[in-house]
Design a protein around this ligand. Structure first.
Ligand code: SF4
Ligand code: SF4
Length: 190
């Protein structure tokens, strides 16, 4: 699964930008500058960017890569996510690369943040596939990926950028059980 497509690379490092229609300012948050890769800088996912400014913001703001300029995490643009969901406070950075999918990048310094409340209950509610507006909720912690269901999280192991994720429910002995797996990008049939 690739989660580094444009504009899904690290954001504007705590600054606001005229190119960003966001209602919320990043302030002191720089979580996307740690959890996401920045190919233009050869910065891997999960490592703090060398250009993060002390106290928040970007030391090369005027010259930051285009991917940084383009990225917006969901907290900055969603009315549904209040201050409790600010990435620097929650330890969770929410974004997506595919419609119907929610990717939750967890602060590697706080790997259990996604299990805390009110976050876990809300994430599981979004992951409830019996609901018409459900999402496929992926949780990535320090390069390891899980798929969240109301029944629990299924571990997929190391994040595989060249593979797609397929998840859903299968009938097993007459019982519907969740599954998650990596597949070649064209394959989605269990
Ligand atoms: S260059 Fe700036 S905006 Fe881009 S990841 Fe680094 S600190 Fe963040
Ligand atoms: S994670 Fe979101 S709020 Fe934090 S710096 Fe990036 S875009 Fe701004």
């Amino acid at each position: 699964m690739s989660i580094e497509h444009q504009p899904a690379q690290a954001g504007d490092g705590g600054n606001s930008s005229s190119a960003r229609p966001a209602a919320k300012s990043c302030g002191d948050c720089t979580l996307c500058c740690t959890v996401l890769a920045v190919r233009d800088l050869n910065k891997p996912a999960g490592r703090a960017c060398d250009h993060i400014a002390k106290g928040g913001g970007c030391n090369i703001y005027a010259d930051r890569p285009g991917s940084c300029r383009a990225f917006q995490c969901f907290w900055t643009i969603s009315d549904v996510l209040d201050e409790a969901w600010k990435p620097s406070r929650s330890g969770l950075m929410l974004w997506s690369n595919i419609e119907g999918r929610l990717i939750v990048e967890v602060d590697p310094q706080r790997p259990g943040a996604w299990r805390e409340e009110p976050y876990l209950s809300q994430l599981q509610a979004w992951a409830d596939r019996s609901k018409p507006l459900h999402l496929e909720v992926l949780i990535r912690i320090d390069g390891f990926l899980m798929v969240l269901f109301p029944e629990g999280a299924l571990d997929l192991g190391p994040s595989q950028d060249d593979l797609a994720v397929d998840s859903g429910y299968l009938l097993k002995d007459g019982v519907s059980v969740p599954y998650a797996r990596y597949v070649e990008p064209a394959s989605t049939t269990p």
